[in-house]
Design a protein. Sequence first.
Length: 171
Amino acid sequence: MKLISEQKAIELANRRKADFAAEIGERFEHAAKSCETCEVKGSCCTDVHFVNVRITRLEARAINAALGELPDEVRERAAERIKRSAELLKNEKRAEAKFACPLFEGDMGCLVHGKAKPLPCIVHACYERPEHLPPDELLAAEEHEVLKLERRAYGRNSAALPIPLALETYR
Ligand code: SF4
Ligand code: SF4
């Protein structure tokens, strides 16, 4: 396996995610509720009993790089939320541990939308009918490709961690 730099792997992963988001948008999201008019906008990201997204080392590094490009104030607020949330999760061993995502910022929404959003978040939307959801295999196939990029960057895969812990671990 030919290794590539972390920077290159992040670029390739983010490009894959942009293409994946476009595909999900075109093929599925017309059947989902509109987030623009949602009366509980953002609750899907901030509900401490709902979010359980895990990310890999490469995804965490990509997100931290994207956060680094934000204005100082926004970045500092996000860093504080990440720290607090990681502290709460530190002793949490359950695989299904849930948390309020620290990447959600008031009226800005997801701070990594369109940049380095985790794959499960790209797929998530509110569908009325289960048969309208993107099939699980589509997400699994894309996750497999990102894991391949992670191996090309670091020579191996690391365990996926809840978003806040991963962002603190792979700063
Ligand atoms: S995903 Fe669902 S809950 Fe979240 S903003 Fe969109 S419509 Fe609202
Ligand atoms: S990464 Fe973004 S979309 Fe995913 S839970 Fe956090 S704020 Fe929401």
